[in-house]
Write a new protein. Structure first.
Length: 251
């Protein structure tokens, strides 16, 4: 008798559960993730408004048309995975003699009130997949000069042509450059030579930052002139990379 009563109670509980109405679940709103720094962006140019309204969704469309990028937010919106590197252009006395490289260069000018110091920084930006840009910024505070240099580098972003121009490799992949190219800035002149796969970046540490952010994995670099002025060295390399599109082929 006890078992029968237990079964009847279980059946009644199941019936009560079936009578319970389902609780309506409100629809979940999926909000678009806005990259940092774009929350308060108000476009000031026609190109910026087109990007802001979603009419342009690819930066390649802008670069191929030759339109000038005047707002760094345009690059932030179209290339959210953009990375940056700071070139060590400054120097100070190190421990035990010699010079220690620092990210900013400090200069002083004389005024009636005394010396006034300013700092300058040099930055490189890129997505490690064919996009790269350089820029220099000057301000009183070091953090402001670095921020300005990164913003100016975004305004100078270019698309470079990669390939496999080495006769020793011929793999057809985009790990190097398509052909030999030269660039110049100040007294510095550079030659970029395609290298076979596995050679790596045969260049100094500061020059490697440009190639890494541009997506180049193998290259030979020859330099001439006063390469200790690193702003001229990086600018000469950037000038050589721009010339890769002089003889542009299909693709």
């Amino acid at each position: 008798m006890a078992e029968e009563e237990k079964k009847e109670n279980e059946v009644e509980e199941v019936k009560e559960i079936e009578k319970v109405e389902e609780i309506p679940v409100p629809p979940v709103e999926i909000k678009e993730v806005v990259p940092a720094g774009l929350e308060n962006w108000k476009p000031r140019t026609s190109l910026g408004r087109e990007v802001f309204e979603g009419k342009i969704t690819d930066i390649d469309e802008i670069l191929k048309s030759g339109r000038r990028i005047a707002e760094p937010e345009i690059v932030d919106k179209l290339v959210p995975n953009l990375k940056n590197e700071i070139v060590l252009i400054g120097g100070r006395a190190g421990k035990g003699g010699g010079a220690q490289r620092i990210p900013v260069r400090i200069t002083a000018t004389m005024h009636r009130s005394g010396r006034r110091f300013t700092t300058s920084a040099f930055a490189i930006v890129g997505n490690e997949d064919g996009l790269v840009g350089i820029g220099r910024g000057t301000a009183v505070q070091a953090r402001d000069s670095i921020a300005k240099s990164i913003q100016k580098a975004k305004l100078r972003v270019i698309k470079i042509k990669r390939g496999c121009g080495s006769w020793e490799c011929g793999c057809g992949e985009q790990h190097s450059i398509a052909f030999k190219t030269t660039g110049k800035s100040g007294s510095v002149r550079v030659e970029l030579i395609p290298a076979p796969k596995g050679v790596g970046l045969v260049a100094d540490n500061e020059s490697k930052k440009v190639f890494r952010l541009a997506g180049i994995k193998d290259i030979w670099v020859k330099t001439y002139g006063n390469t200790s002025v690193r702003t001229n060295l990086i600018s000469a390399i950037f000038d050589a990379l721009k010339k890769l599109y002089i003889y542009r082929g299909e693709g």
